[in-house]
Write a protein that binds this ligand. Sequence first.
Ligand SMILES: [Zn+2]
Length: 280
Amino acid sequence: MLTVDVEEWFHAPEHPLGRESAQWDRLPPSLPSAIGRTLDLLESMQVRATFFTLGWAAQKHPALVRRIAEAGHEIGCHGWDHTPLDRLDPEAFRRDLDRSRTVLQDLLGSKVTAYRAPRWSMGRRRWPYPILAETGFNISSSRLCIAGLGLGRDHPKRIGGVLEIPAFSARFLGIPLPAGGTLALRILPLGWLLRVRHRRTVRGRPAVYWFHPWEVDPQAPRLQAGALFTAVRYGALKTLPARLAALVPAGDCTLSRAADRWTAAHETPSSWYGAEKIDK
Ligand SMILES: [Zn+2]
């Protein structure tokens, strides 16, 4: 499944500009152009995706969010302003969810039930899941199981009443890496990426890919920072559309629709998805 994080080119909490929200209104936006390119790409691939959208971005560009939904895609929630969970306590997290979900639902006229934590900041936390369930979410795609994070395997699991569908990761030379996004998706051998996707999907398990609208728009402004930051964030960007087209099959559907199908196909989804209990 394909997912898109709807945020601006400057929403990077690891960069000073990404934390200076007072400046954001004065910066040139990328979304009007980049969303158009994203929708054209998905149309050419014939896939429907889930767009995890910041409340801040929806408030600023309501027509764009409606356009995404009218094209048949799902709108999910990516928090209000991309504040990672390690900077939110449970009450602040609940307010962040309420505020962003209300803006999204008011402009769509329908329920928003899928959530993604900014910057994969769910990590090993469990406390956010009951809060997500209480505020109306039933799906989350907020974990990235890569080296050093100790998250184990990236199988879907039910946690606190929410189905967590982690992003696609796979072992390359023994090291768990992102296989569904970032620089890894753009530079690792395409043959390997195709093989790990095939191994995953023949067993009926999801391969969740992700990107940002600014990644497919060459006109989008870029954050200025050190060489490593620039290489990871902007390396091999030109290869991304062709790679996504090679890896995500035509007819692929949104995360919520896929989750409904899995649940309907398995009488005991909790056992199929793996143990209820997960590593803390
Ligand atoms: Zn994000």
